[in-house]
Design a protein around this ligand. Structure first.
Ligand SMILES: Cc1ncc(COP(=O)(O)O)c(C=O)c1O
Length: 498
């Protein structure tokens, strides 16, 4: 009997958001459980707390599955067309770290895209692996990550023929895909294993209108965040090994399993495993039909916006234009640029939430990213459309002016003075200096704007002025910077190397 609920801080905070019925254009993919309601899975889920258990007779064991977990995973393997699948209950993070460390030995080279998630760099710290970065492409106006070009990937492979693994993010957070099959074929021709971070693409197999999956492109190991774009609970992910990688012996699953035991808890959550199984069930039974509906809703939303744009373009004496929608490759990702309406993405995200009860996935300087999934409904898009019209009208009334984009220096890869591991374990204490004094010094921490959680300057790299100027400017405008000790971003840790 709980007499006083005032101190249930997390419970109360979360319940408040549920009560407010915030429209979700963010992960997880089940959209505040709306999809479970719609498909009548709630009777299975409402008693979930009773199923919170441990390894006892009848519950099997995630780390050596032989019974119910094995059967569930075998089904997932069939549904996702893999040679072997692993359920991950510490997110894709633990899968990425385990895959990298299992496929590379200490001092091996890992060729990876500069836009890789921080877990890939952390894998290098843990495993003493040397990262070789591939330049990643960024759209100058929207700052959308556009992945890699074949020529840039080929260049790094040709210059590092002793590398063991190629690691790419496909699709990017913003849904952009690229010539993955060609890159994988080239890597394989040089004896290089390919690991794909498909954290944002677990749903790609649900429609021919979406890009091919990484497994279809020939990847050896694929890690997917089932919780991001499919209806699994947060932290529930999967790792797939391709049939070809297994049959050819390119991937040693024994090493993967040993690494997973190190990066995952020894008490894996049965609730998360159950949610993975439910996501597989929904994917198989309803996924294609729901994806078709979602793509139709997005199409209609875009047509409506085009029409509004056409009408508003006719207005005279205005300093702003209507929002631009960017939606390509993975059509479930909708980026709305707001600079033309006189708002930075940070301001736009805040207005959406505070004044329209709509939560985006993330904002950058230029706009916001909406993650849509099979859990979104037609009304969500109608609410979004209405909000855009109201925000635009307010900009007109307040006489706001279009904002120029900021030059995003992600293509600049800082010079590496120390490997991530050497920097992490550097023998002398790191020094705190004012950020203005840090230019040209060796960075002592990972500077990671979040989202999307990509390192702009990694520990061990020489700090370039251009990146620092950008970070300072965006921080002032509202960007969150993680990885650094001083969250105000006035001081930074440097390594005072001899
Ligand atoms: C590209 C990318 N890879 C991997 C991850 C890690 O995924 P998880 O949150 O499932 O650990 C993220 C998380 O946001 C991500 O954006």
């Amino acid at each position: 009997m709980n007499k006083n609920n005032n101190e249930l801080f997390i419970n109360n905070g979360l319940n408040k958001i549920v009560d407010e019925k915030v429209v979700s254009f963010h992960m997880p993919g089940h959209k505040n459980g709306k999809l479970y309601n719609k498909l009548e899975y709630t009777n299975r889920l409402e008693n979930l707390y009773k199923n919170d258990t441990t390894e006892i007779p009848g519950t099997d064991n995630l780390h050596s599955p032989e019974d119910i977990i094995k059967n569930s995973i075998l089904r997932a393997q069939k549904v996702f067309k893999s040679g072997k699948t692993y359920y991950l209950i510490n997110g894709s993070t633990c899968g990425i770290e385990a895959a990298i460390m299992a496929m590379c030995s200490p001092k091996d080279k890992l060729i990876l895209s500069r836009d890789s998630h921080q877990s890939a760099v952390n894998g290098c710290i843990l495993g003493d692996i040397v990262p070789i970065y591939i330049k990643s492409k960024i759209d100058k106006y929207t700052n959308i990550q556009r992945g890699n070009s074949f020529d840039d990937v080929k260049k790094e492979i040709d210059e590092n023929q002793d590398a063991k693994v190629l690691f790419l993010t496909y699709p990017t957070y913003y849904g952009i895909t690229f010539e993955l099959k060609k890159m994988i074929d080239y890597a394989h021709s040089k004896g290089i294993i390919v690991i794909i971070d498909e954290a944002h693409g677990a749903h790609l197999g649900l429609s021919e209108k979406l890009p091919k999956t990484a497994l279809e492109c020939g990847a050896d190991i694929v890690i997917q965040s089932t919780h991001k774009t499919l209806p699994a609970f947060t932290q529930s992910s999967m790792m797939h090994i391709s049939k070809d990688a297994l049959e050819s012996g390119r991937v040693d699953t024994d090493r993967i399993e040993k690494m997973l035991k190190m990066t995952e808890t020894s008490s894996p959550s049965y609730i998360l495993m159950q949610s993975l199984e439910i996501a597989v069930d929904i994917y198989e039974k309803y996924g294609k039909e729901l994806m078709e509906e979602l793509l139709e809703n997005i199409d209609e939303f875009k047509k409506n916006i085009d029409k509004i744009k056409e009408d508003t373009n006719k207005l005279e004496n205005k300093n702003v234009e209507f929002f631009n929608i960017h939606n390509e490759n993975d059509l479930t990702k909708v980026f709305i640029s707001s600079l033309e309406v006189g708002l930075t993405g940070y301001e736009f995200e805040e207005i959406l939430r505070k004044e329209h009860n709509i939560q985006a996935e993330l904002s950058n300087y230029s706009g916001v990213l909406m993650i849509t999934t099979i859990g979104n409904e037609k009304q969500d898009f109608e609410k979004l459309e209405n909000a855009l019209i109201k925000i635009y009208k307010k900009s007109l009334k307040e006489n706001l002016k279009k904002i120029e984009p900021v030059d995003y220096p992600y293509e600049l890869i800082p010079q590496m003075a120390l490997t991530p591991r050497e920097a992490f374990y550097y023998k002398k204490a790191k020094k705190n200096v004012k950020i203005e004094e840090a230019i040209g010094k060796i960075c002592g921490e990972n500077i990671v704007p979040y989202p999307p959680g990509v390192c702009m300057i990694a520990a061990g790299e020489i700090i370039p002025k251009k990146i620092m100027d950008y970070l300072k400017y965006c921080k002032k405008e509202g960007m969150e910077i993680t990885g650094v000790k001083d969250s105000k971003f006035e001081y930074i840790q440097i390594i005072d190397a001899e």
